[in-house]
Write a protein of this length. Structure first.
Length: 255
């Protein structure tokens, strides 16, 4: 009897959890069959997408995805049916008013008693704010990259010690190019006699060194000659990575 009561209690808890999920205004639960037709949508679709559940049942789920994303989603759906996989995806869903919002879809595979895939169940929620923030950050990073590229003085960006980007002035002054600089250890661009000094600086936090110019030292021109410089560094976020922007002052100008 005690085991039965425990089982009933667990069943009630599961039902309560399922009911809470289905009625959560911020999460939309939906099911599709193996042909991609919607068989169920939770009432929360009214608030999230503006449809009545009855308007969606029987429709092809992919027809509500932004058109440019449909081919990839259809390919993923076919793979899911064939292999029984259901990755989490983010895509734009069409609201009843014609606008689109970004939805994150966490999906489980539904199988019959023989293990065959018969459909999928998804829990979806609006991630438009997060996606718009990512896009704004990407635009800011692109603007920063353009700014650095067009700086009138040599500059490069490195992550730890790996050179990720050099600007046009670096090519003009030092002969550096993507081919001979990007991907290299930044210390390799320094004259051998000064590598110990720069190597010790690289071990320190860039926050501690921000805005403080190095002493005069030499970097290697692409033609093998040495160029006297001072370098000022600042921490930056570049291509999603914490990086260092190094700005060079060519000291040949004052000699």
């Amino acid at each position: 009897m005690a085991r039965l009561e425990e089982a009933l209690a667990e069943a009630r808890a599961e039902l309560a959890s399922a009911d809470e999920l289905l009625n959560n205004a911020h999460v939309m639960v939906s099911r599709v069959d193996a042909q991609g037709r919607i068989t169920f949508v939770s009432p929360s679709v009214r608030k999230i997408l503006g449809y009545e559940p009855s308007e969606l049942v029987g429709q092809l789920a992919h027809s509500f995805i932004e058109p440019s994303e449909q081919p990839a989603r259809l390919e993923g759906f076919a793979k899911g049916v064939k292999e029984g996989v259901a990755p989490t995806v983010v895509s734009r869903a069409r609201r009843k008013d014609g606008s689109y919002l970004w939805m994150e879809n966490r999906t489980d595979v539904l199988r019959d008693a023989h293990g065959a895939v018969v459909g999928f169940q998804s829990s979806s929620h609006d991630v438009s704010a997060q996606q718009e923030a990512k896009e704004a950050l990407a635009r800011a990073e692109q603007n920063f990259e353009t700014f650095v590229r067009e700086m009138p003085v040599p500059a490069l960006v490195h992550h730890k010690t790996n050179v990720l980007f050099i600007n046009s002035a670096s090519s003009d002054v030092f002969g550096w190019t993507d081919a001979n600089a990007v991907g290299r250890n930044v210390i390799e661009l320094v004259a051998p006699s000064d590598r110990a000094y720069i190597g010790n600086r690289l071990k320190r936090s860039v926050q501690d060194l921000a805005g403080v110019a190095t002493r005069e030292h030499h970097v290697l021109h692409a033609d093998g000659t040495h160029v006297a410089v001072e370098v000022t560094v600042v921490p930056v976020l570049f291509r999603g990575l914490p990086c260092t922007l190094a700005v060079y002052r060519d000291l040949r100008e004052k000699k």
